[in-house]
Write a protein that binds this ligand. Structure first.
Ligand code: NAD
Length: 360
């Protein structure tokens, strides 16, 4: 038995976590679930949205499947998702974007993987507020060292990109490409403008690429990449990006394949991985047995591959694809008309996937 932490989350989290657990179990993967809580519901009881027992479970098992969690507003707690990424040094965010027949989208046959650096860049949280004394100090220093003056009424966000951080994520992208039989890695940047941050990223990307002669390498400037992805997405395979561009382009790529309902993801570090849907906790639908469980189930497919249960992962992915392609036992958001009375609930869509697994 493989132990996996199942973080049930809040909002729609518990119902899609349950649907996913049942589907994964139906593959015969033999997962022993360690069911733990995080989010606003547990906060009301225990005074923290992220209990120590939940962190301990993830630390112990090294692998977690996590349902969405609401970011509490105005409570002094920062985003639980950011906390988890930092706590476990999950430096790579992996978002496969694949077309499934039956999902409404402008494109077919897309099969891309976005690998986003999770720890550096403008997301490092190094910011200086307009008017603060330390901001004035920084502006004075910068004005003494740069030919481009910055006015006093300026807020500043810092964009650190290191050799170590870049090497780690680009190497991760190449290793992933190798393991998953992918043919090409594209490194994305704006090195023509930000020479010392994105320029470093590009230089390190090129260096790392030399260690992987079996995999094609190319780079793209981020604005051109956006246009290319809309015009010729079939040209791309694994795309590796710094944090901010990665955030934006992973949503763009999710849009190419039909949106949030079908977008799985993973946050991965050295020996630790948390698998989760791209979407959030959609609180307005909580407890209604209404929302689409597909994104979390596909995250379960990624989890199964990660722990080496390849046949089980294929079985689950094929069953999900078959149910979506048939278009009968799917949730409202996958029907051509969102008010279609034949749409089924979360539980019933999972039931249909389980029937497919059993009959395959
Ligand atoms: P959201 O993704 O929760 O919902 C946006 C809309 O997308 C919903 O109203 C719904 O119409 C649709 N949607 C989302 N998931 C769906 C599903 N499975 N099936 C059908 N429709 C679905 O985004 P939001 O409203 O901006 O965020 C709600 C909360 O979730 C916030 O507190 C946010 O911080 C949090 N969040 C958490 C995560 C995470 O846990 N990884 C990710 C994103 C947002």
């Amino acid at each position: 038995m493989t132990q996996v932490s199942l973080v049930t989350g809040d909002g729609i989290g518990p119902e899609i976590a349950e649907a996913t657990r049942r589907c994964v179990d139906a593959t015969g993967a033999g997962i022993e679930w360690d069911i733990v809580e995080a989010g606003v519901d547990v906060m009301a009881r225990e005074g923290t949205p992220l209990p120590e027992a939940t962190l301990d479970s993830i630390r112990r098992n090294g692998v977690a499947l996590k349902a969405p969690i609401t970011t509490p507003v105005g409570t002094g707690f920062r985003s639980i998702n950011v906390h988890l990424r930092q706590e476990f040094h999950l430096y790579a965010c992996v978002r496969p974007c694949k077309s499934y027949r039956g999902v409404r989208s402008r494109y077919t046959d897309i099969d891309l993987v976005v690998v986003r650096e999770n720890t550096e860049d403008l997301y490092a949280g190094i910011e200086f507020e307009k008017g603060a004394p330390e901001t004035h100090e920084l502006i004075d220093w910068l004005n003494g060292h740069s030919k481009r003056p910055i006015g006093p009424n300026t807020g500043i966000s810092i964009k650190p990109i290191s050799v170590e951080g870049t090497e780690r994520i680009v190497r991760f992208a190449f290793e992933y490409a190798r393991k998953m039989d992918r043919r090409k890695v594209t490194s994305v940047h704006k090195a023509n403008i930000m020479k010392f941050s994105d320029g470093l990223w590009l230089e390190v990307s090129r260096q790392v690429a030399k260690d992987y002669p079996d995999i094609e390498f190319e780079d793209r400037i981020v604005d051109n990449m956006c246009m290319q992805l809309v015009q010729k997405p079939e040209l791309y395979d694994v795309i590796v990006l710094p944090n901010l561009y990665g955030d934006i382009l992973s949503d763009l790529c999710a849009g190419l394949v039909g949106g949030l309902g079908v977008a799985p993801g993973a946050n991965i570090g050295d020996g630790m991985a948390i698998f989760e849907a791209t979407h959030g906790s959609a609180p307005k639908y909580a407890g209604q047995n209404k929302v689409n469980p597909t994104a979390l189930i596909l995250s379960g497919v990624l989890m199964l591959r990660y722990i080496g249960k390849i046949a089980e992962a294929d079985r689950l992915e094929n069953a999900v694809a078959a149910v979506i392609a048939e278009g009968k036992d799917v949730t409202y958001d996958m029907k051509p008309d969102r008010n279609d009375p034949t749409a089924v609930g979360t539980r019933e869509m999972a039931d249909a996937i389980i029937r497919r697994i059993k009959s395959a």
